[in-house]
Ligand binder design. Structure first.
Ligand code: AKB
Length: 334
């Protein structure tokens, strides 16, 4: 089977799987009326359907259609795609790095079997398919400073292995059958919503909440652990811009995207410009420190910049001001 009919660009019907809590812009964060990853404003409220196996927060419920979808249930997913005449699929369901190491069998099921379901359905229905990859798709033998798009990828986590598998499967189906597969490797994504846990970069969200509540953050990484990071709204915009890019502009199907790289000590210093009393103690945990030490410290995103015009807006200074402002605003409204 080959995807011959080009996927429509002008008026997509988008289905987003999973991670509605984690990857959403909070209503308190900048671009607050673009409250979900795929902008409902841009494509029409009813044309962007969010799905998850968990109930979404109230501001998501009120922002447009939300349905239950389990990526492991192929038949139900197919029904959703057909009944809703979906043309773009954005596949966010995944277990992250640290939680994946604690639940390898489940990570394999969700990250690999779930992805296979999505790839098959995308091919069957000629969908434009977006799957995020990550800095975690690299490993200790990859070049780390910077990591280019194309290099050795031998990650040592089930999360990384499943992401490399996803990159390769998508690219294979693109070359063999014409699947319109698109993949961005995200850095650690920083948003106001405290993540449910499970990532190696999560300290960089928690530190803001701790700074504003107790004034003390205990960090599970060493003070000098440098990792690529990005504000959620840059991540959101990169994804939308990449999904909209004409196929002829894409020389690759998997791109690194970068915005900034910082260490726990550097982000703490920047927060202290606003909250001088912030105290950070370091208690590196062996699982997450080992994972972080195997990841790139910087991303080379020159191909994304050249091919489809990627450029971040938020640096460390802007990220810190926005996070502190948004968390304060959220608290006064709760
Ligand atoms: C994680 O830390 O697992 C994620 C990622 C960098 O992919 N945030």
């Amino acid at each position: 089977e080959t995807c011959t009919s080009p996927t429509p660009q002008e008026h997509p019907r988008v289905l987003i799987t999973g991670n509605t809590q984690r990857l959403m812009l909070s209503k308190y964060q900048k671009l607050n009326n673009m409250s979900i990853l795929m902008s409902r404003k841009q494509y029409g409220t009813d044309n962007v359907i969010l799905s998850d196996i968990k109930k979404p927060p109230p501001h998501v419920v009120s922002s447009g259609p939300f349905v239950y979808a389990d990526v492991l249930d192929y038949k139900h997913l197919r029904e959703l795609i057909v009944n809703n005449r979906v043309t773009w699929l954005v596949h966010y369901s995944a277990l992250l790095s640290a939680v994946g190491e604690a639940n390898v069998a489940l990570a394999r099921k969700i990250n690999i079997t779930g992805l296979h379901n999505v790839l098959d359905l995308a091919l069957e229905n000629c969908l434009r398919l977006f799957v995020p990859s990550t800095i975690g798709a690299f490993g200790p033998s990859s070049p780390r400073d910077p990591a280019p798009d194309l290099c050795v990828q031998r990650p040592r986590t089930i999360y990384g292995v499943s992401k490399v598998h996803g990159e390769l499967m998508g690219e294979y189906l693109h070359h063999k059958y014409g699947l319109d597969f698109r993949c961005l490797r995200y850095p650690g994504v920083i948003s106001v919503n405290t993540p449910p846990g499970g990532g190696t970069t999560d300290y960089a969200v928690q530190i803001f909440h701790d700074a504003l509540s107790t004034g003390h953050h205990e960090c599970y990484l060493r003070p000098d652990t440098r990792l690529p990071m990005m504000h959620i709204s840059d991540c959101h915009r990169a994804t939308v811009e990449f999904m909209q890019a004409p196929e002829c502009q894409l020389s690759l199907r998997t791109y690194n995207i970068a915005a900034m790289s910082f260490t726990p000590e550097e982000v703490a210093q920047e927060i202290r410009k606003h909250l001088p009393y912030l105290k950070v103690t370091y208690n590196p945990d062996s699982v997450r420190q080992t994972i972080a030490d195997s990841w790139p410290v910087r991303f080379d995103d020159s191909n994304a910049r050249r091919d489809w015009g990627w450029a971040p807006v938020f640096g460390l200074e802007e990220l810190v001001s926005d996070m502190l402002r948004s968390i304060r605003e959220k608290r006064t409204n709760e």
